[in-house]
Design a protein around this ligand. Structure first.
Ligand code: UT7
Length: 343
């Protein structure tokens, strides 16, 4: 990190007048089963060479038979709780960001509550596709600042293997399963989580959808036969918008707090595609050494990607206490977000 200190968070100054909200623990979980590009070569007309050069992905994790999103979410949450000796009963609010809930209702957060014994918690899911974790973090932060909650558990968790069309080579090679969790609490001494830049553009919703199974196209034989219960993506269009919006959001949040790339120790972008990440780095003038990438091992895990990467970066010492970390995400909707977090 450079010598220049970031300006005081205007919403929650670190002067002691009001608390700031920090990530006090993280945890993550990935299923054991590894699906390599070589395995995919046997399933669809593709090659390791195509997948790796177009996306940077070498392998991804696939949930076990019967393993649901809430199971992975609860495992990640338990690891976060255990890392600071916290019990589930201490959690006031659980927010699960996911586009692959166990069921349409109840919320996946309620299933997590049951599994980690968070009896006192209020529970809800956040739907912002791949951007969901940063939306949930911003919501959780505000619950703490208003005094409505002391301890918020935010989770990004996805079982993408349940919604990808395993006959569509344009999408099935990209996604993977996993979960990450963070615990938020008020801390007086640091800048903590600064208010995020959040944005959406519903005009472009058709470019990345899962059309079937909701109220627009309820489950029916026709919906199943039309393969409408799987991800539909206009890859090249999504690629362009992902680069533009993530680069703009990253620039906007740095400008908002009077910072430059030099003030940031690590940039953790949504792990959708290594080429998207490289293009963003170029646009914002960030050296690749500052960018954290694990898309090669996990593919695109949607709402789980950024928190899985954060937890890994923290455990491996890539980010350390006091580091300023820039997070930036993009997903269906379209939705996007950028956050600055003092670790
Ligand atoms: O989480 C946020 C949302 N998702 C994303 O951010 C993903 C955004 N999009 C992408 O990452 C990229 O667009 C892809 C990786 C999906 C595709 O890369 P591309 O360079 O945009 O390729 P393309 O879709 O333009 O396809 C190029 C060619 C096509 O063949 P023709 O029409 O040129 O003959 C495809 O049919 O590659 C073909 N192709 C494949 N070939 C081998 C598409 N998928 C595959 C495949 N293996 N798996």
């Amino acid at each position: 990190m450079s010598e220049s200190k970031p300006p005081v968070n205007p919403v929650a100054p670190s002067s002691g007048a009001a608390p700031t909200v920090s990530i006090v623990a993280t945890g993550s979980y990935v299923p054991e089963r590894v699906l390599t590009n070589a395995d995919l070569e046997k399933m669809v007309d593709t090659s390791d060479e195509w997948i790796f050069t177009r996306s940077g992905i070498r392998e991804r994790r696939i949930a076990a038979e019967g393993e649901a999103t809430s199971d992975m979410a609860a495992a990640a949450a338990q690891r976060a709780l255990d890392s600071i000796g916290m019990r589930g009963e201490e959690v006031d609010l659980i927010l699960v960001a996911t586009c692959t809930p166990d069921m349409i209702f109840p919320s996946t957060a309620c299933y997590v509550q049951q599994q980690i014994g968070a009896r006192r918690a209020a529970c809800l899911d956040v739907s912002a596709a791949c951007s969901g974790f940063l939306y949930a973090m911003d919501i959780g932060r505000q619950y703490i600042l208003t005094g409505s909650a002391k301890t918020v558990l935010i989770i990004g968790a996805e079982k993408m293997s349940a919604i990808v069309d395993w006959t569509d080579r344009g999408t099935c090679v990209l996604f993977g399963d996993g979960a990450g969790a963070a615990i938020l609490q008020a801390r007086g001494a640091t800048h903590g989580i600064l208010p995020s830049v959040l944005g959406s553009d519903g005009e472009l919703s058709e470019l990345l959808t899962l059309p079937g199974g909701g109220s627009r196209n309820p489950a029916s034989q026709e919906v199943l036969d039309g393969r409408l219960c799987y991800v539909k993506m206009a890859g090249r269009e999504v690629f362009k918008h992902a680069v533009t919006h993530m680069a703009n959001a990253a620039t906007q949040i740095l400008e908002r707090y009077g910072m430059t790339i030099d003030d940031v120790a690590c940039i953790i972008p949504h792990q959708a595609n290594a080429r998207i990440i490289q293009a963003i780095a170029q646009r914002i003038g960030a050296p690749m050494e500052k960018i954290y990438m694990n898309v090669d091992r996990y593919g695109n895990t949607s709402a789980a990607s950024v928190i899985m990467a954060m937890d890994e970066a923290s455990r491996t010492g890539r980010i350390r206490q006091g580091d300023m970390v820039l997070l930036v995400v993009f997903g269906s909707g379209f939705t996007w977000a950028a956050s600055l977090v003092e670790w």
